[in-house]
Design a protein around this ligand. Structure first.
Ligand code: GAF
Length: 385
């Protein structure tokens, strides 16, 4: 029996709860309801801000917003589990604290935004590296678009979401999370070339399941380590006199004299190659090859990029020792949160049970939330219901 049964069930209950929540708090039915999924990145980690390749899927966990226009530029938000936020679009988003700043930031950067009342719920685990903040940004962007009847595309909303992270949250993140939340399609992984912004939809072999392994450890992405990695990559590119590490080859990297920069750059260059090889392996049905690349990615993130952590290393080790596992790696920004595995579909239930029963967080990094191991199917990006 899967311990986490139910995580992939349709979100009808959540949508109804959110609509009812709006009605009871604001006294009328909402004008619109928007849903936006979180994401898990299959491979291509810390490559997006280096103009590289990424391969995420959207998750069956969603942020849902029920909303109606307000009379003025005032935004009134009530969240199912995280209190409320009230602000005027005329104010500076930096004056809004907590999760409200993501919504305020979107409204302040989307030209023509109008005020609204909203009730928000989310089933995306927070701080698990599954993009709960990008989902809130993109969902809020859709509310601004539809209530204001604005001519803004999903790609533009995604780019504004990235600006919110960069300018108002202080994380110099790339574009992967917002594009995954905005443009994913059901049943497919999304290959994004972060240089050209071209997207392609990639099928995952039928016999292969994607499994999320949330260690229950949590870490703030805002932490300066993320920004430091980005700075190292920019320095490496500058030393090599190229616009970004996308243009570097493994031979180029040997010219770097600073050993830390060399390791950081080696991760980025090799990770880009791995993304394209995984796409090739998926398209020819070679999940074992794809799995090997997942595991290489983890080692590269652990040893060269130094963004893994004791709990992530441990859960990957347990996964790799479990029958049916093709490969496993940490996912997202790193340090804590979730890892991802690809597993033979006919062994996925045993896999999830085995990892759940055999993983324990190391004493050096205790869990702040329950460990959860569960298969996920690729879902569709943001939509207006
Ligand atoms: C976080 C960031 F938001 C992404 O842009 C990406 O860099 C990722 O970490 C690492 O691949 O999710």
């Amino acid at each position: 029996m899967l311990k986490n049964r139910g995580v992939n069930e349709p979100n009808f209950d959540q949508i109804k709860r959110t609509s009812d929540g709006f009605q009871s708090r604001f006294g009328a039915a909402p004008d619109i309801i928007v849903r936006c999924p979180g994401r898990v990145n299959l491979i291509g980690e810390h490559t997006d801000y280096n103009d590289g390749f990424v391969l995420p899927i959207a998750l069956p966990f969603e942020t849902v917003i029920a909303a109606s226009s307000s009379e003025d530029s005032q935004i009134n938000l009530i969240s199912e589990g995280f209190g409320s936020a009230h602000f005027s679009l005329e104010d500076n988003p930096m004056h809004t604290s907590g999760w409200g700043r993501y919504v305020h930031g979107m409204g302040s950067l989307i030209t023509g935004s109008l005020g609204w009342n909203g009730y928000i719920s989310s089933s995306i685990p927070m701080g698990a590296n599954l993009s709960s903040s990008a989902a809130l940004e993109i969902a809020a962007g859709m509310v601004f678009k539809h209530l204001g009847a604005l001519e803004i595309t999903l790609r533009e909303i995604a780019l504004i979401g990235q600006r919110v992270e960069n300018e108002f949250i202080g994380v110099r993140s790339g574009i992967m999370d917002q594009i995954a939340c905005a443009l994913s399609q059901r049943g497919k992984a999304l290959l994004l070339d972060c240089l050209t912004m071209q997207t392609s939809m990639i099928s995952i072999p039928e016999d292969t399941s994607v499994v999320i392994m949330d260690t229950g450890t949590r870490r703030e992405l805002r932490s300066s380590e993320y920004n430091k990695r980005r700075e190292s990559c920019e320095s490496a590119a500058l030393n090599l006199a190229i616009p970004s590490l996308r243009d570097a080859s493994i031979e180029d990297i040997t010219k770097l004299t600073n050993q830390t920069l060399k390791r950081r750059a080696r991760h980025v260059v090799s990770e880009n190659e791995r993304v394209l090889k995984v796409v090739e392996a998926f398209s020819t049905g070679h999940s074992l090859t794809a799995g090997r690349l997942f595991s290489e990615s983890h080692l590269s993130l652990r040893n060269d990029y130094e963004v893994s952590g004791p709990a992530l290393d441990r859960i990957v080790e347990v996964a790799l020792g479990t029958p049916g596992c093709f490969g496993a790696r940490m996912t997202g920004g790193g340090f804590a949160g979730s890892a991802v595995a690809i597993v033979a579909r006919d062994q996925v239930e045993q896999f999830c049970n085995f990892v759940t029963n055999n993983f324990e967080c190391p004493e050096s990094q205790p869990a702040l939330a329950p460990t959860r191991v569960y298969p996920v199917e690729a879902c569709a990006g943001v939509s207006l219901l």
